[in-house]
Design a protein around this ligand. Sequence first.
Ligand code: FES
Length: 143
Amino acid sequence: MSRVVSTDPPDGFQRVARSDEVARPGFVRREAHGRPVLLVRLSDGSPVAFGHICPHQGLELDEGVLWEDEVDCPHHHYTYDPRTGENLYPKRVFPARRAAGVRGIPVFETREEDGWVWVGPVRPPGAAPDPGGGEGSGGDDLR
Ligand code: FES
């Protein structure tokens, strides 16, 4: 008698792209949970998913690239950590008081299984990636 073991991701994940569609350094746009998300693959090979709007001036990140594993906005080159959503530049060069006001981007729990990339819920800002295979990132609300 064989036993069927489900490899389906947990509830709350949606299959959004074939693995071979998610590359680097450019982003691919998909829909997850009724909202646009951007996907890219980090240098370690893991896929990440994040919101499509840069909070600097509310412009789209679609034409940006991953630069040294940072999401680089194409408009004024603010950069974001795709795992946590935290702004990295200009936050790292701003004085502390000014840096505190620089917002991040939303990031999503992300898994890759059976040749597909799955996107789960928004990761709370500052939360670590899901150790169950997730890669992705947290931040502000989607626009
Ligand atoms: S809109 Fe992204 S850096 Fe200005």
